[in-house]
Ligand binder design. Structure first.
Ligand code: GLA
Length: 391
């Protein structure tokens, strides 16, 4: 049992005087394929070893009570009368899952739930999907239900899109629910087909937190999405056969350049080139060619920074510092952008030295202490539940 699980179990006993059943969902990092998911594109995330843990036990009055150790707060409501009424509070995420379950005709009976997570908040590591999926798996298990990944992930995404009001894609919920130990996942966000890909043993994944906070629920993410959708709408109108940006080539985009804003053009260019980079990254992984994989990461970062305009000075500095270290194959911003973390593919035996050096140089350059984590691909919530609910 992990430390967080132990605390959640204890907190549940104390507050609700019940033995809670424990479920947990990890966080995720995206290796490559950024801002492609909501236009049917390709992504390559992996689940990582931070978790949201939920303890659940039944209650008889049809109410849902959520107690969060991270926020030191409780939210409760009557399940039957829960409407879509976001409060911009942490509890919108678990409440949104209950709402989304109801929309799928999976209305739960009453329950008490204790929650605690160690996922860094606002770091671009999907703390929100981690909460949504942990809550959904716990409630469904209590109902004696199991949803396949292809239904569970969209159900949790719906909570985030429609209840919380964040316009995110499917990547986070899908990998947080469906991740597999020792494997990265290449996901086709249109068909939801995926490949599980091994990472060569010679490398490890280092996540570096710039400590500049990011939130998908705030304006920047939504603005980028609007710019992308405006460009996609032009392509759809002008080019028969194009439904999603995923269907478009760079030549299609160039042909429509004067019909869209320069911003839409640049954002769509990032996405079209990024989809191609994900395919190339898959080939590189299959060939254990980490040099090529790293080059693609470097290109992906430049594209996020220049065409998608979703980086920031601190993160660019963190990437630049990482890329000049010995043993670093490639570094890039990961997640929604505008701050948060970088992901770095590093020679395993040089990872500790890499972390030390990057921290030192980053602090010297921008005056901020970065948090760094050496990660490997972990199980998602479904695999964890199948193995007995423990992380
Ligand atoms: C956030 C969203 C995802 C995805 C990424 C960018 O994490 O939740 O759906 O769009 O940003 O790749």
């Amino acid at each position: 049992m992990t430390a967080v699980e132990g605390r959640v179990r204890e907190a549940h006993r104390k507050r609700f005087e019940q033995e809670g059943k424990i479920y947990s969902a990890p966080a995720r990092v995206n290796l490559i394929g950024e801002h492609t998911d909501y236009t049917g594109g390709l992504v390559m995330p992996m689940a990582i070893g931070f978790h949201t843990v939920a303890a659940i036990s039944p209650r008889q009055d049809g109410r849902a009570i959520f107690s969060s150790a991270n926020y030191g707060e409780v939210r409760e409501f009557d399940i039957a009368s829960l409407d879509k009424q976001p409060t911009r509070h942490w509890s919108d995420y678990p409440a949104g899952v209950v709402w989304s379950l109801k929309q799928s005709a999976l209305t739960p009976a009453g329950f008490d739930m204790s929650l605690e997570g160690d996922v860094p908040l606002g770091a671009g590591l999907s703390s929100s999907a981690s909460v949504e999926v942990a809550v959904a798996v716990a409630i469904l298990s209590q109902m004696g239900r199991k949803l396949p990944l292809e239904e569970l992930a969209p159900l949790c995404r719906r909570a985030e899109n429609e209840y919380v009001g964040a316009k995110s894609g499917i990547m986070d919920q899908f990998i947080v629910a469906g991740g597999v130990e020792h494997r990265a996942m290449m996901l086709d966000c249109r068909s939801l087909e995926y490949d599980l890909l091994p990472l060569p043993e010679e490398v490890c994944i280092v996540i570096a937190n710039s400590m500049v906070r990011h939130s998908v629920a705030t304006g920047d993410y939504g603005n980028r999405r609007d710019e992308v959708e405006a460009g996609q709408a032009v392509l759809r109108r002008e080019k028969p056969g194009i439904e999603l940006l995923r269907d478009a080539t760079l030549a299609d985009l160039v042909a429509c350049r004067d019909k869209m804003s320069p911003e839409s053009f640049a954002r769509c260019k990032h996405i079209i080139t990024e989809n191609a980079r994900v395919l190339a990254a898959r080939e590189a992984l299959l060939a254990s060619d980490m040099k090529r994989f790293g080059e693609l990461m470097v290109e992906a970062h430049a594209s996020m920074r220049d065409d998608f305009a979703a980086s920031c000075a601190e993160v660019d500095m963190l990437v630049e510092i990482a890329n000049r270290q010995q043993g670093c194959f490639g570094a890039r911003i990961t997640g929604g952008g505008f701050g948060g973390c970088t992901v770095n593919v590093v020679k395993a035996e040089l990872a500790d030295a890499f972390v030390e050096q990057v921290k030192q140089e980053y602090e010297r350059a921008v005056g901020i202490k970065a948090d760094c984590f050496i990660s490997s691909p972990s199980d998602g919530a479904l695999a964890l539940a199948a193995k007995g609910g423990a992380a």
